[in-house]
Design a protein around this ligand. Structure first.
Ligand SMILES: Nc1ncnc2c1ncn2[C@@H]1O[C@H](COP(=O)(O)OP(=O)(O)OP(=O)(O)O)[C@@H](O)[C@H]1O
Ligand SMILES: Cc1ncsc1CCO
Ligand SMILES: [Mg+2]
Length: 256
């Protein structure tokens, strides 16, 4: 059965520690694909919620020191229970604090998949790059080569989003074309993507590289469908949620 169908049947519980900008969009996007979101960032419940959830998503978008501690507790609890953990290192190159927190999480948690844009990847790999806040920014780099090095260093999958997405385990790399530039005109498409990848990983845990690629392809395809009927960012956000909800009901061609 295609992963998205299985996902809609099983409705995985996706635990998110995320930023204040996208929390609502991320929860609605997860509901749209058929998952069940729970946002919980208190240290007091970090371990307990991660233990019962099907995956945990750690997103540093509007980070506080206390949240880092909750992320480490959640991440380790999820992994101890055999659940995937996705790290979204939002704006890793924007400040030393963000970068230090990302490196600490990668060091202390057995992260299953790192989902980033190219600017964040460059920061993590110490490659010179013109980072621009939470956006990808500008620079020249061998994205696949760097992603592989990072994947091997931290023994995790690395998914880098952009005009072309790639996902690698350090040995094999899959690339996914499609999507639409309009996806960058609303905030949080990357953040939601990280949690969608987590939901797919929780369903397709036997073949994680393929499960992640299926999520990236599904998501790009939803962006294409939404762009066809949108006039600007306002209705794109709405149409994108609708596409995440309806996609497999319209066509099956994207299924991996
Ligand atoms: N130029 C583009 N053409 C097609 N699709 C794109 C393009 N740029 C980004 N995307 C898609 O948009 C989605 C979000 O990727 P992006 O790289 O913008 O994430 P991000 O920078 O982490 O976003 P954010 O931090 O705002 O949440 C991905 O599905 C990606 O494939
Ligand atoms: C705009 C913004 N600032 C911190 S997190 C976030 C959401 C997109 O990454
Ligand atoms: Mg991002």
């Amino acid at each position: 059965m295609p992963l998205i169908h299985q996902l809609r049947k099983e409705q995985p519980l996706v635990h998110c520690i995320t930023n204040i900008v996208v929390a609502n969009f991320q929860a609605n996007g997860l509901l749209a694909i058929g998952a069940s979101p729970v946002m919980a960032d208190a240290i007091e419940e970090a371990k307990d919620i991660a233990k019962v959830a099907d995956c945990s998503i750690l997103n540093i978008g509007t980070l506080k020191q206390q949240t880092v501690d909750a992320m480490i507790l959640s991440g380790n609890s999820a992994r101890a229970a055999g659940k995937p953990v996705v790290l979204d290192p939002v704006g890793a190159g924007a400040t030393p604090f963000r970068k230090a927190c990302v490196l600490q999480i990668l060091d202390e948690v057995d992260v299953t998949l790192l989902r980033c844009n190219v600017g964040e990847l460059a920061a993590i790999a110490d490659i010179p790059w013109n980072a621009k806040g939470v956006d990808a920014g500008e620079g020249q780099a061998d994205v696949e080569g760097i992603a592989k090095i990072v994947a091997l260093k931290y023994a995790c999958l690395v998914a880098v989003s952009g005009e072309i997405d790639i996902v690698t385990d350090g040995h094999s790399t899959l690339s996914i074309t499609g999507g639409h530039p309009m996806m960058t005109n609303i905030t949080g498409t990357g953040c939601l993507l990280s949690s969608v990848v987590g939901a797919f990983l929780s369903i397709g845990s036997e073949r994680p590289l393929e499960a992640a690629a299926a999520a990236l392809a599904f998501y790009k395809r939803a962006g294409e469908e939404a762009a066809k009927v949108s006039h600007g960012p306002g209705d794109f956000a709405m149409n994108f949620l609708n596409a995440l909800y309806t996609l497999d009901r319209k066509t099956k061609t994207y299924l991996v």
